[in-house]
Design a protein around this ligand. Structure first.
Ligand SMILES: Nc1ncnc2c1ncn2[C@@H]1O[C@H](COP(=O)(O)OP(=O)(O)OP(=O)(O)O)[C@@H](O)[C@H]1O
Length: 856
């Protein structure tokens, strides 16, 4: 914080000193400004207008004011007591009163002192006898000085305005003219303390008793009568004693005492050798600390009667810092504030928790170093006092400018001073305030008065539009910053007595509590308890709000996360749907392809089924239908894996083997459908099976055709050497039935040529069978094995049913099927065929002979 600077003296100070050297002005003249800023208002009358502030006229002749019109002066009526008439329109305006210190006091004191000083100086200087001529001049000078000192600079115009007239010297040297300052709520010149109280403080006191807070602050230069106005003297009690008197008189009348309780606190703000500001409790002398605009540790004393209150005030005034200066023998060196709190529970029959506070501030007066002659510590105190006064004025000026032009920011000048921090609400227009300006009317005091009026007169335009009238005002809170119930609500006892408050009050030792005091204490405690309850409820609701706010935030976060997850899930679902659509499309395409394939395959299969449905009419009445259908997996039909013609490597067709094995024991017609002949590595034809027709159905794949061409010739070797067989030597006949749809033309030609060679050797019966077979269902590629009486079944996937035939017909059919004649008619050369072993050939011939005989 900056060191308080001594405020520069107002302009014209030097000029004022020069007035003493300048020649005396022309008597009976009034200097009026040539271009006055304000139009001077008419004085009440020629006889009463220029009344001296003192009740006694100091000058026998008053100067004539020629510039004023007599009609206006005569028409103006003013009461004798100059009581200000406060209109209702000014109720919300800042009330500014002006009190002019009686000149008689200062003149009496000052003139006597000055006279003594002048005499002493003259005695010291005038050691030698003066020249008679000079002696005469000196005498004239002294007379002139007396006249000047007796001159006044402030003249009361009416109840609300004054005219400030500069000294003649200033008028001549600086051309300073008279100025009119108006707009005051009241002007007191020779008013008594009671009159001032009635006009100025009683409205405040009435509002205070009605529950409205307010403040009265005294401003003015040093020695102007601030302390006198506020505290007064035992003979002339000031505003505070009169206020206390009114309070207790009001308490006696009509309202129960127990319902009335007032608490008084008193403190001062000063500086110790210019090292910062400090606050001291004038009740107990303890130092106070300012925390957030409140004074921590300020003690309130319950006042029960006027005597006790007066004694408290007196004790506090004794502790106040004062010092003697050139302008005041007992100059205040601190800002003194008194708080009277109304802690009544009932008012006008209504339940009301009133906590109005009336603050009265006696501010230290601005000082000019040249006048006070302060040095050292006093000078530092002057700096502090002037700085505080300046900050106070800046706050009010900023408030005024802000109210005039709301766009202007309300400056925070209050932060620059402890006093203004404490009075922040008042200086920001949140609480009602009343100012009383004290000035001295002496000619020497013109500069101080001019400076004060110039600064403070605009404050009359300040309005209180945002007055806070709450039951729990901020000032109340500030008075209890250290209350443990407020700071630690958990340890509060709602129904009990606040021990700390009682102890504080007892420790003051300045007020003995009577029974009535106890009652008032209880009432006060009840009030504070209810206030604390309100505080707790408020804090509880705040806590609840905070909790709900936090819960809402957490819920919002969770909802946000859920929303994000839902978005992600929606995206996944969308992608899955797209994939599903793609899969469906692919499936449909595949189905189409499958349908196409099936369409192709169906023709082939039917042919295959037709071609491979072979009825093997063997002598054992066993029919083996081998429906061989190759799948598209043609890789398994590689040449390496293919079955060789004439070999036994047909692959493993377990089903076929099982079926064929089953034929060994039963003569039932069995249709074997081998779906994958490629897996058949080895096929052993059972005894009863004579021939297996394999229908090779190839796909469009040429490779498959190539691979499967190796299977085009399959030789079924009848390994049955059973002598009890029907005599049909099937092993000697290559019983290969190959149906090939997709083989190459070259291979087909080869096959056809081989078949042709075979067919040329076949008998006519075989041709018939073959034709009949071809007529049955096969196409052009049907190949019938010569020498075998085989009949093809109609293409059907149904399992053939067993038919019971007579034994003779069966035997005859079998024998015919053996085509014995053909065998017999064959040439002996076994051309084109594999040569059979000798035993089989002999047996076959015998069997043939036997069969031929039987047939015939
Ligand atoms: N209206 C008045 N009637 C009679 N005497 C007065 C009046 N005003 C002031 N005085 C006297 O003038 C002297 C100085 O007054 P006071 O101490 O109140 O001035 P002040 O403004 O408080 O000065 P400071 O600011 O230095 O404390 C006191 O002795 C006081 O009695």
């Amino acid at each position: 914080m900056e060191e308080p600077r001594q405020e520069p003296p107002p302009p014209g100070e030097d000029a004022a000193e020069e007035t003493e050297k300048s020649p005396p002005p022309c008597p009976n003249t009034v200097t009026v400004r040539r271009n006055p800023h304000r139009r001077a208002r008419p004085t009440p009358s020629a006889t009463t207008a220029l009344r001296s502030p003192s009740s006694r006229p100091l000058k026998p002749k008053l100067p004539d004011i020629s510039s004023f019109r007599m009609e206006e002066i005569l028409s103006f009526d003013i009461s004798e007591k100059h009581r200000p008439d406060i209109s209702e329109s000014e109720a919300e305006n800042l009330k500014v009163y002006l009190r002019i210190r009686p000149l008689s006091v200062s003149s009496a004191h000052g003139s006597r002192r000055n006279r003594d000083m002048v005499e002493s100086v003259s005695r010291a200087r005038n050691v030698w006898p003066l020249n008679p001529v000079r002696k005469k001049d000196a005498r004239e000078k002294s007379v002139r000085k007396k006249q000047l000192s007796s001159e006044i600079c402030i003249m009361v115009n009416d109840a609300t305005s004054v005219t400030l007239t500069p000294p003649v010297a200033l008028q001549e040297s600086k051309r300073i003219k008279s100025e009119v300052y108006g707009g005051f709520s009241g002007v007191f010149s020779d008013s008594t303390q009671e009159e001032v109280y009635e006009s100025m403080v009683r409205p405040l006191a009435d509002d205070f008793l009605r529950g409205k807070s307010g403040m009265l602050a005294a401003l003015g230069p040093s020695g102007s009568g601030k302390t006198h106005t506020v505290f007064g003297t035992p003979r002339e009690p000031g505003m505070v004693p009169l206020l206390l008197r009114q309070i207790f008189e009001h308490s006696k009348g009509g309202i129960i005492k127990s319902q009335r309780s007032f608490l008084l606190s008193m403190f001062e703000i000063c500086t110790e050798r210019g090292k910062g500001e400090k606050a001291f409790d004038l009740s107990n002398g303890s130092e106070l600390s300012m925390q957030q605009g409140t004074l921590k540790g300020l003690q309130e004393v319950i006042i029960t009667d006027l005597e006790q209150a007066d004694s408290l005030i007196a004790c506090g005034m004794l502790k106040r810092a004062t010092a003697m200066t050139n302008t005041n023998s007992q100059s205040s060196r601190s800002q003194c504030l008194i708080n009277i709190r109304n802690a009544s529970t009932k008012h006008d029959g209504e339940d009301r928790s009133s906590a109005s506070v009336l603050t009265i501030a006696d501010l230290a007066g601005a000082e000019r170093g040249r006048r006070t002659g302060n040095q050292g510590t006093r000078l530092l105190e002057s700096n502090f006092i002037n700085n505080t006064s300046m900050v106070f004025g800046l706050c009010l000026r900023s408030l005024l400018e802000h109210q005039k032009n709301p766009t202007k920011v309300l400056q925070k000048h209050y932060q620059n001073s402890l006093l203004t921090r404490y009075l922040r609400d008042y200086l920001e227009g949140k609480k009602r305030m009343t100012l009383v300006l004290t000035v001295k009317a002496g000619e020497d005091d013109y500069l101080d008065a001019s400076y004060l009026l110039r600064q403070a007169s605009p404050y009359t335009k300040i309005k209180f539009n945002k007055v806070e009238e709450s039951s729990n005002p901020i000032g109340m809170k500030r008075h209890y910053p250290t209350a443990p119930r407020v700071e630690e609500p958990k340890r509060m006892k709602y129904g009990g007595i606040d021990v700390s408050v009682v102890e504080d009050r007892k420790s003051s030792g300045k007020a003995s509590l009577s029974i009535e005091e106890d009652a008032s204490v209880k009432a006060d405690i009840n009030i504070s308890t209810s206030q604390n309850l309100d505080t707790i409820q408020t804090s509880g609701s705040d806590r609840y709000n905070r909790i709900m706010e936090g819960f809402a935030k957490a819920l919002w976060k969770v909802l946000k996360q859920c929303n994000d997850k839902l978005k992600v899930a929606d995206g996944e679902i969308r992608s899955l749907r797209e994939n599903l659509v793609e899969e469906n499309t692919r499936c449909s395409e595949l189905e189409k392809k499958l349908i196409n394939l099936r369409a192709n395959c169906t023709c082939t299969k039917e042919n295959v089924m037709e071609a491979t449905s072979v009825n093997l009419n063997l002598g054992l009445d066993s029919v083996v239908n081998v429906s061989h259908s190759l799948s598209a997996d043609v890789d398994r039909h590689k040449p390496g894996n293919s079955n060789e013609v004439g070999g036994e490597n047909f692959g493993t067709v377990s089903d076929a083997v099982d079926i064929v094995d089953g034929l060994k024991e039963s003569d039932a017609n069995v249709v074997v459908s081998a779906s994958d002949a490629a897996n058949a590595s080895q096929l052993s034809v059972p005894k009863s099976s004579q021939l297996i027709y394999l229908e090779e159905s190839f796909g469009e794949n040429e490779n498959a055709g190539k691979h499967l061409m190796d299977l085009r010739c399959l030789k079924l070797v009848d390994d049955l050497s059973d002598a009890d067989s029907k005599g049909a030597d099937l092993s000697s006949q290559p019983l290969i039935m190959v149906r090939k749809n997709s083989c190459s033309s070259v291979e087909l030609d080869q096959l056809l040529s081989e078949d042709d060679e075979k067919s040329r050797d076949q008998p006519a019966s075989a041709d018939k069978d073959l034709k009949s077979t071809q007529a049955c269902s096969f196409g052009s590629s049907v190949e019938a094995e010569p020498g075998l009486n085989s009949s093809y079944k109609c293409p059907s996937l149904e399992k053939p049913k067993r038919r019971l035939l007579p034994a003779s017909s069966i035997l005859l059919r079998d024998m015919r099927a053996l085509n014995v004649e053909d065998e017999m008619e064959k040439p002996k050369g076994n051309r084109g065929q594999k040569k059979l072993p000798a035993e089989e050939r002999t047996r076959t011939q015998g069997s043939n002979t036997l069969l031929r005989l039987l047939i015939k």
